[in-house]
Design a protein around this ligand. Structure first.
Ligand SMILES: [Zn+2]
Length: 61
């Protein structure tokens, strides 16, 4: 299991099929057909990572 964002291996398990990446401080969960990525909000809540933002960054580079 590698982080879907940075491909790192600093992964901690935080729940059932739910993991935390120490490198980019995001959580992600394995679902049936995809991996859902969450950002940790300032108040500790989980915010779903917006895929379109990542695609825009990749296009810009
Ligand atoms: Zn990561």
């Amino acid at each position: 299991m590698n982080c879907p964002v940075c491909d790192g291996r600093s992964i901690g398990k935080v729940g059932v099929e739910q993991f935390f990446c120490w490198d980019c401080c995001i959580e992600f969960s394995n679902q049936v057909d995809k991996v859902v990525i969450y950002n940790l909000g300032e108040d500790g809540s989980l915010v779903v990572w917006d895929d379109s933002l990542m695609n825009m960054e990749q296009t810009a580079v």
